[in-house]
Each structure stands twice: as C-alpha cells, then as structure tokens.
Write a protein that binds this ligand. Structure first.
Ligand code: ATP
Ligand code: ZN
Length: 300
C-alpha cells in the first residue's frame, strides 16, 4: 500500500501503559491532533504534517513493516519480537530509531520460589511459558538450552500453577506480580522501554525531511526532560571538588559573590539525573544553598 509523501503517519497504543506518555511526548513536542472518527482510531495533525493511528501495541510493528504507518511508538520487547518473527520475509527491516525513556521494564525468566536455581542450564528439558516465543527461542539457542516453549497470549504468570509450564519468561517492572505468584526472577533477557520504530530504509520522498524534523523535535523534548539547572555557592578552594561531581555539566558558569571574596556562584546545566545522593555528595564537597530547577525549553 502506498503512503502519501507529504504526511507522516505514526502508530501508537490506543489505550494501555504507553498511550498517555506517548501522547504527552507528542504534545510537548508541539504536535496537536483532532479525532476524525467516532472510534477515535485516526487523529489528524492540527497544523502539522503528522497523523496518528491508535491501535493495539502488538499491531504496531506489522503496520510499519507493511508501510501502513511510517513510524511507531512501541515497547522494544514488542518491536524485537516482531522483527525476529519477520526475519527472512518480505517485511523484514524494522529498526529502533530512538529510546523514549518511558515504559521501562525487562523481559525475564522466572521460576517457582522453591526451586534451587543454579543457572540457565537448569531449564534443559523443561517447559517455559511466554508471550515472547521468538525472543525466548533466540535466548535458548544462544545458551544452548533445549527447553520447550509454551506460547501463550496472556496470563503467563499462572501457567505454572495450571501445570502448563515449569518456568515463565515474561515482562517484569516492580516484580510485585512475580512475588504474588510465588515466583523469583532468575535471568534478564532484554531491558525494554518505549522506542520510536520505523523501517531501516529511507522513504525516498518528502517523508524523509518530515521524519528529520519530527526526530529533532522529539530529541529536543528528551533533552529538556533529562536536563536540570543546578545553582549553588561554594568556596574558591572547594570549587574543583564540587565541579568534579558535575561531569555532565555543559560549560558551567562560575561568578563572584557580592561582598564575599572567598565565595563563588556556580550555575550548571546537567544532562543526567540529579539524585539526592549527588546533591549530598556536593554538599559534603563544599556546596551551599543547592537548588535544582527544571528546564522548560532548550534551544542550543
Ligand atoms: P494492548 O491492548 O495495546 O495490546 P497490552 O495489554 O498488550 O495492551 P500494556 O500492558 O499496556 O499492553 O503494555 C504495553 C507495553 O508497556 C509493554 O509491551 C511493555 O513495553 C511496557 N511495560 C512497562 N511495564 C510493563 C509491565 N510491568 N508489564 C507489561 N508491560 C510493561
Ligand atoms: Zn498488547
């Protein structure tokens, strides 16, 4: 199916864990939409050349692979599973363009608490239930483990209780669901988060320029989200020690303090997490009056 060359069509989850953060990301990047039908499955870009298609997350990679959509916001777990499934077919060639820093989780193996776990080879000859048969199959092959994969669409965590499997391979975030089902996480197969996905070949038409603009805006939002402005004072002798705790600061501004020859003002834009531990370390190194401010817009 051919796609109009003057608009980008982005697929995202209609409702679920990724839908609100994906909507917010697009909103922060300045894209606005209006629904075109009563089911609200298609949203036209309002004053922008980007349209939205709202679907189940599992359908997103296939829609991209078949050129129905140009881009998608989807979990790396879903994207990689589909990419493996489509390997060697006419629709191969899905790729991850950019991680989006939300929807974080991991695809992990878990076994009953009571099982004495020595390593992945314990799974030899066992049955493993999963909704990710391709990713699990690849892992088992790499590890040289001969286990049977029991492919299930959902409710993987109860497969053991139902006698359908000896272990599971499922998505984990806090681990609370595993604990509630008497399971323990043993191996991580994949660290996942929401990503921007597309095909690995250029469109060869006007969409390439639209994609470049789209990526630049999303990248700008991601940088702002990660950025914090740190303000503090310190003594001249402590300045080096304080700056060593700001390795990600882009050209920090150091200025004198009125009426105090020994003190300096420090202003630093940091591009990675500013944790309490980091602030406490700065205080111990001689920083005073520490203040961390969010950044609203950045134009380099
Ligand atoms: P849909 O109706 O669209 O098929 P779903 O039930 O398959 O929805 P969600 O549960 O909303 O999907 O999860 C969507 C994505 O969120 C997952 O594919 C994964 O990338 C991410 N995610 C983050 N944390 C978790 C978690 N604890 N469990 C499952 N998915 C998670
Ligand atoms: Zn799904």
């Amino acid at each position: 199916m051919s796609r109009p060359a003057d608009r980008l069509r982005v697929a995202m989850q209609k409702s679920g864990r990724l839908s609100d953060p994906a909507r917010n990301l697009l909103k922060q990047a300045g894209f606005q939409f209006r629904s075109s039908d009563k089911d609200q499955l298609f949203c036209y870009g309002d004053g922008c050349a980007v349209d939205l298609v709202l679907v189940r997350d599992d359908d997103i990679p296939q829609l991209i692979a078949e050129n129905v959509c140009d881009l998608g916001i989807v979990g790396r777990n879903v994207l990689q599973e589909k990419a493996l499934e489509l390997r060697g077919t006419a629709h191969a060639g899905l790729q991850e363009l950019m991680p989006l820093a939300f929807g974080g989780c991991r695809l992990s193996l878990a076994v009953p608490n009571g099982l004495d776990w020595r390593g992945p080879s314990d799974l030899d000859g066992r049955r493993i239930a999963t909704s990710y048969p391709e990713l699990l199959g690849e892992y088992l092959q790499q590890q040289g483990i001969g286990a049977e994969i029991v492919a299930l669409k959902g409710s993987v965590e109860i497969a053991i209780k139902l006698g359908k499997a000896d272990a599971i391979c499922d998505l984990v975030s806090s681990g609370a669901t595993l604990v509630a089902n008497g399971l323990k996480e043993t191996e991580i197969l994949l660290q996942s988060e929401a990503v921007l996905a597309c095909q690995n070949t250029p469109f060869g038409d006007g969409r390439d320029a639209l994609l470049a603009d789209f990526l630049a805006r999303i990248d700008g939002v991601m940088k702002v989200q990660a950025s914090k402005l740190i303000l503090c004072q310190t003594g001249k002798r402590e300045l080096d020690a304080v700056l060593r705790l700001l390795p990600d600061a882009v050209a920090p501004v150091i200025s004198p303090v009125w009426g105090d020859d020994e003190a300096l003002n420090v202003q630093a834009l940091c591009t990675s997490a500013v944790t309490w531990q980091r602030l406490e370390a700065m205080k111990s190194a001689g920083a005073r009056g520490l203040m961390v401010l969010p950044v609203e817009k950045l134009l380099a």
